[in-house]
Design a binder for this molecule. Structure first.
Ligand SMILES: Cc1cc2nc3c(=O)[nH]c(=O)nc-3n(C[C@H](O)[C@H](O)[C@H](O)COP(=O)(O)O)c2cc1C
Length: 473
C-alpha cells in the first residue's frame, strides 16, 4: 500500500493495545463501524495457546484455524493446545516455549497462526467495513517476523509499530509479502548483533497472494518522523504524546522527579508543522477521545486521531470486566501513574494504581521478580561469546549472575505476566496464587465516566466524530 492509499485509511484508529486488550472482537467492531481496528500483535502465540487450552468456548479459534491456508499446520496447533474440557485448574496453562534466536518450528507455527487468527476474525467481523491493522512493538523483536507473516496471510491492511525506531520493518514487510525469507537483526548488549531468520517456506507449503499493507510508525518527535521519512517505506505516522496509555517515549534529556516519574517539557512537544510538511498522513494520539480534540487534531493537518483508553474500557475490549471494574472502582477511575521504572523495556509505562491489581500493591512489595514469559528479555554476550537472554524483572541474583547491572533491575515488574492476567489468562505461581492483573491506561481514564458504566466501541466513535454530543449514559 502506498502513502496515498494510507491516506485513504479512516480518521479514527483504535490503537493497538497489548497484550490482547485490542483483540479481534474490539478491532472487528471498530472496523465494522468504518474505522481502523487494530489487533495487538504482542504475544499472539501465547494468547492463542491460552484460549485453546481454556476450551475455546465460542469456537472462534477453531473457526479461524479452519481458514488457515495450510491445514497441516492448523491441525498440529489444535493437537498440541486445544483442550475441550478447559483448564484443569485456574491458571494451569501448559508452558509456551520462550522465544530465542532459533525458535522451534512448533513455536513459529503457533505464532504465525496466532496473528492469522486475530486478524482473520477481525476482518470477518468487519466485512465490507473499515480496515484492520496489527500493532507490534519494536522492542519485542524475536517474534516479529512470524507475527507479521501470519497477519499478512490473513490480509491485514496496516502494520503499526512503536516502542522503538522501526526503520527496517518496511523492507521485511515487502519480503514477507512475497513469501521471501527475511532476517531481523537482534542487538546484543555488550556485543554486536545476531540475526533471527524466518523463512515462510520452512513452515508452509502454499503461497497465497498477499497485498502489501500500509506501514505506520508510532513516534513522539518530529526529529524521528523526518529521519524515518528519509529512510523510506513509511506510509504515515501516529504521533503519540506522553498522556497516552501503555508505554510512553522517555522525556528528552531523561528528566525525572525523586520518585522516578518522568518530567515532560516543551522540548517533548513535537513540531506538527514539520511533520505535516512531510506529506505523509498522520494521526494524533493521547487524550484525543473527544470531538473537540478530534477537530483540533484535524486543524493541525492531521488525518485523524488514534484512541486507546476509551476503547480499552468498552464492552468489546479484551480487558476482562472484573479488571475494568477494578480500574473504575472510584469516580474518574483509579490514579494513573507514569512509572519510569516498572517496565523492563526502560520506557516509562502508565500503570493504573487500582486496588486488587499489580499497580495497587503496597509500594514496598511492588517489585515483581519473575521472568517466565520472557518477551522483554534482552540478548547479551556471555563470557564465552555465546548469546544469552536476561530480563531486568527476573530475580536480581539471576540477573546479576548474567552480568546485568543490579541498579538497572530496581523497581521493575513483570509486565508480561501482569498483562496476561488483565485479559483473563493469569498464570498460577508455584505457591498456587494467581498472577495479578497489571492495568495500563492513559490519563484519559479520569474522563472515562463520560461514556457511562457500560458502553460500546460505536459510542466512542460517534462521540469523537460529533454524531452525538454526549455519550449515552
Ligand atoms: C491498555 C492499553 C494498552 C496499550 N498497548 C499498546 C501496545 O501494545 N502498543 C502500542 O503501540 N500502543 C499501546 N497503547 C497505546 C494506544 O495504542 C494508544 O496510542 C494510546 O492509548 C492513545 O492514547 P489514549 O489512551 O489517551 O487514547 C496501549 C494503550 C492502552 C490504554
Amino acid at each position: 500500500m502506498s502513502s496515498s492509499a494510507a491516506a485513504a485509511l479512516p480518521q479514527i484508529i483504535q490503537g493497538g493495545m497489548g497484550v490482547g486488550v485490542s483483540n479481534w472482537v474490539l478491532a472487528g467492531r471498530v472496523a465494522a463501524c468504518g474505522q481502523l481496528g487494530v489487533v495487538s500483535g504482542t504475544a499472539v502465540e501465547r494468547v492463542l495457546a491460552c484460549r485453546l487450552q481454556a476450551g475455546d468456548p465460542d469456537g472462534a479459534m477453531r473457526r479461524a484455524l479452519a481458514a488457515f491456508p495450510d491445514q497441516a499446520v492448523a491441525s498440529r496447533i489444535l493437537n498440541a493446545w486445544f483442550r475441550p474440557e478447559g483448564l484443569p485448574a485456574p491458571g494451569e496453562y501448559k508452558p509456551v516455549p520462550l522465544f530465542s534466536q532459533t525458535p522451534s518450528r512448533a513455536l513459529l507455527e503457533l505464532t504465525v497462526c496466532g496473528s492469522f487468527v486475530e486478524v482473520w476474525l477481525a476482518k470477518q467481523q468487519a466485512q465490507d467495513g473499515g480496515a484492520v491493522g496489527i500493532n507490534l512493538l519494536e522492542k519485542i523483536r524475536l517474534p516479529t517476523l512470524p507475527t507479521l507473516y501470519g497477519a499478512l496471510l490473513a490480509g491485514v491492511d496496516a502494520v503499526l509499530m512503536g516502542a522503538g525506531i522501526p526503520r527496517e520493518i518496511p523492507a521485511h514487510i515487502t519480503r514477507l509479502s512475497a513469501h521471501e525469507a527475511s532476517s531481523l537483526r537482534i542487538p546484543v548488549e555488550g556485543g554486536d548483533t545476531v540475526e533471527s531468520r524466518f523463512d515462510p517456506a520452512d513452515l508452509l507449503t502454499v503461497k497465497p497472494t498477499i497485498t502489501r499493507p500500509a506501514f505506520l510508525a508510532v513516534i513522539s518527535s518530529d526529529v524521528l518522523a523526518v529521519s524515518l521519512a528519509r529512510s523510506g517505506g513509511i506510509d504515515g505516522f501516529i504521533v503519540e504524546g506522553p498522556t497516552a496509555g501503555g508505554h510512553n517515549a522517555p522525556p528528552r534529556g531523561g528528566a525525572a522527579d525523586a520518585k522516578g516519574t518522568p518530567i515532560y517539557g516543551p522540548r517533548d512537544v513535537p513540531d506538527l508543522k514539520r511533520i505535516a510538511a512531510l506529506n505523509l498522513p498522520f494521526w494524533l494520539a493521547g487524550g484525543k477521545a473527544t470531538h473537540e480534540a478530534f477537530r483540533e487534531a484535524l486543524a493541525t493537518g492531521a488525518h485523524g486521531v488514534q484512541i486507546g483508553t476509551a476503547f480499552a474500557f468498552c464492552e468489546e475490549s479484551g480487558m476482562i470486566p472484573e479488571v475494568r471494574a477494578m480500574a473504575r472502582s472510584q469516580p474518574g477511575g483509579a490514579p494513573v501513574v507514569t512509572d519510569g521504572r516498572a517496565s523492563p523495556t526502560g520506557f516509562p509505562f502508565k500503570v493504573v494504581a487500582a486496588a486488587g491489581s499489580e499497580g495497587g500493591r503496597d509500594p514496598d512489595l511492588r517489585e515483581r521478580r519473575t521472568c517466565t514469559l520472557g518477551y522483554l528479555r534482552e540478548a547479551y554476550a556471555r563470557e564465552d561469546q555465546t548469546v544469552g537472554w536476561r530480563c531486568p524483572s527476573e530475580p536480581v541474583e539471576q540477573w546479576s549472575a548474567k552480568g546485568g547491572d543490579p541498579t538497572a533491575a530496581t523497581g521493575r515488574r513483570c509486565v508480561c505476566n501482569g498483562l496476561m492476567a488483565t485479559i483473563g489468562h493469569p498464570h498460577a505461581n508455584r505457591d498456587g496464587s494467581l498472577e495479578l492483573p497489571l492495568i495500563t491506561a492513559g490519563d484519559d481514564l479520569v474522563g472515562i465516566d463520560r461514556f457511562g458504566k457500560r458502553y460500546h466501541a460505536d459510542e466512542v466513535i460517534d462521540l469523537v466524530l460529533g454524531r452525538v454530543t454526549h455519550a449515552v449514559v
